[in-house]
Design a protein around this ligand. Structure first.
Ligand code: UN1
Length: 515
């Protein structure tokens, strides 16, 4: 093991972590998806552990909410710096446990550092409005109060950044949190929480200091049944922020709504790029490659559909195929690799089945295909070849409406931008979208009210790799939540409308005379 790997092993040192060889039924084993070797095991936490963590978080939050927001920001600044110091080993741990290439693992930690910086600035900008009162000598304004202790559920594919989007904002907003990470990436969750706890511990911000500031950043690693469901039904958590599949989001959304809680859902995408005949090909190809093949197609923002003008569809296909064939697939820690493995064998099976369905529905495989998926069958690691499926004109494969979390790209064709926009929007999901064009008219048409129906709409940029400064999330089955930048912080706070009467009379609103 390299020195670097030993460094990342140091990051997840914790009483819950045990040697995989001695792991019992009460443990989850974290596997390296590139080798299928166990990295370490983590003792699963119970309902009771969850209850204890929530109680501790609630107690800490009672103090935390009184700490001035800029002071909270100061701690997040230190946390961001601690992440900065560990950026490389953390990125490597992401690669080891999740399988994305190292550059992307580090990129994810950068996203975490960026949101920490953003949150520090925000800690002095949690602004409310001043509103003109209709009554004399009355002052009316809005203020934003901490919401309480919130639940954060994250998926395997962004085990650092998505927690950070939620955690950094929630913390400056004065909330505490309980994080339930994916059981595929428990070590990364422990590493992030260890760093957060190191910064928070021994802080004398609480007065009286009868609890630990580290409890603001709660972590409970457990199963959906034991921890996830308890969390979702827990009335003490006013907000559940959940990232994952549409199927998961539907369950979470319904159950949280049943107790009149708030949910912030960031679910599946079926992201398309419209390619016009005036496209700059040299920009398109790298954009598509990163969008569709990057992270082995396991981003919620991954490009899944390429909707090409019929004038250039053949050229796009002809140029993409060799680019796909030359993608170096393999060990994600290797500098030259561009595509690592999928997370597990179920994902490989899902990709194979999707390809089989596409073929059965009349599509043509341009590269990859079932053979490309099976090529790595006998070797360890959940590797596949990235696949391009060409959809003949007039064919509407139902499988292309589903999100297959794998490097599987469908190429459609159109003659008219209006039809392209219709095709583009004709899926259940609404996360990210893009148009590649040199025409201002086409670009603006795509961005107009009846253009893209997604939460993210780009021009001459692929669908994935959004910056943290914008609000992140999407419409329709993507769940409607917004995380990360812009005014997403409002989800983590409680809006309070205040009216102060500084006069000596008691005028009523709407001019009502009463008695
Ligand atoms: C996700 O896949 O859940 O825009 C998040 C992107 C990244 C975040 C993806 N910044 O692709």
């Amino acid at each position: 093991m390299s020195q670097q790997l030993l460094q990342s092993a140091d990051l997840y040192r914790h009483s819950l972590v045990v040697d995989a060889a001695t792991a019992g039924d009460d443990c989850v084993i974290s596997y390296n998806p590139a080798t299928e070797e166990p990295i370490a095991a983590v003792r699963l936490q119970s309902k009771q552990d969850y209850q204890d963590a929530v109680q501790r978080a609630i107690k800490a939050q009672r103090h935390w909410r009184r700490v001035p927001a800029p002071k909270r920001g100061e701690l997040i600044r230190r946390m961001g710096n601690a992440f900065r110091d560990q950026c490389d080993p953390l990125g490597e741990l992401v690669t080891l446990e999740m399988g994305k290439i190292k550059a992307e693992g580090v990129g994810e930690v950068v996203e975490c550092i960026d949101i920490a910086d953003f949150a520090v600035g925000l800690s002095r900008q949690l602004y409310g409005l001043t509103i003109q009162s209709e009554r004399p000598q009355h002052r009316m304004f809005e203020q934003w109060q901490p919401l309480g202790t919130i639940g954060i559920i994250t998926a395997f594919n962004f085990p650092v950044a998505v927690w950070a989007w939620n955690a950094m904002l929630a913390a400056v907003c004065g909330d505490a949190m309980i994080w339930k990470p994916s059981l595929a990436t428990p070590l990364t969750a422990i590493a992030m929480t260890n760093i957060a706890h190191d910064v928070m511990r021994h802080q004398d911000i609480f007065n009286p200091p009868d609890c630990d500031a580290a409890d603001i950043f709660g972590l409970v690693i457990g199963t959906d049944q034991e921890v996830g469901e308890t969390m979702v039904d827990d009335r003490r958590l006013p907000l559940i922020s959940a990232t994952g599949s549409c199927r998961m989001g539907r369950i979470v959304g319904e159950r949280v709504a049943a107790r009149l809680g708030r949910s912030l859902l960031e679910l599946g995408g079926n992201n398309g790029i419209i390619v016009m005949n005036d496209v700059d090909m040299d920009m398109l190809l790298p954009g598509v490659l990163f969008g569709a093949v990057g992270t082995a197609g396991q981003r919620c923002t991954s490009t899944r559909r390429l909707i090409c003008h019929s004038d250039i569809v053949d050229e796009v296909a002809t140029r993409l195929v060799p680019a796909y064939k030359s993608v170096p697939i393999g060990n994600p820690l290797d500098k030259n690799t561009l595509m690592g493995p999928l997370i597990n064998s179920q994902s490989v099976d899902a990709m194979r089945q999707a390809i089989e369905r596409a073929v059965a529905e009349g599509c043509e495989i341009l590269t990859g295909g079932v053979e490309g998926v099976d090529r790595f069958k006998s070797a360890p690691g959940h590797f596949v070849e990235p696949t391009i499926v060409r959809v003949p004109k007039g064919v509407q494969p139902a499988i292309a409406k589903e999100e297959t979390f794998a490097p599987l790209l469908y190429i459609f064709e159109f003659d008219d931008l209006e039809d392209a926009i219709e095709m583009h929007n004709d899926v259940d999901q609404g996360l990210s979208s893009a148009i590649f064009t040199s025409s201002l008219r086409s670009a603006e048409r795509f961005l107009s009210p009846d253009g893209s129906d997604c939460g993210i709409a780009n021009v001459n940029i692929g669908t994935s790799g959004a910056e943290i400064g914008g609000a992140f999330g999407g419409e329709k089955d993507t769940g409607g939540g917004r995380e990360s930048g812009s005014d997403s912080w409002k989800a983590y706070m409680r809006r309070q409308t205040c009216t102060v009467n500084y006069g000596a009379d008691m005028p009523l609103a709407q001019g009502i005379e009463f008695g």
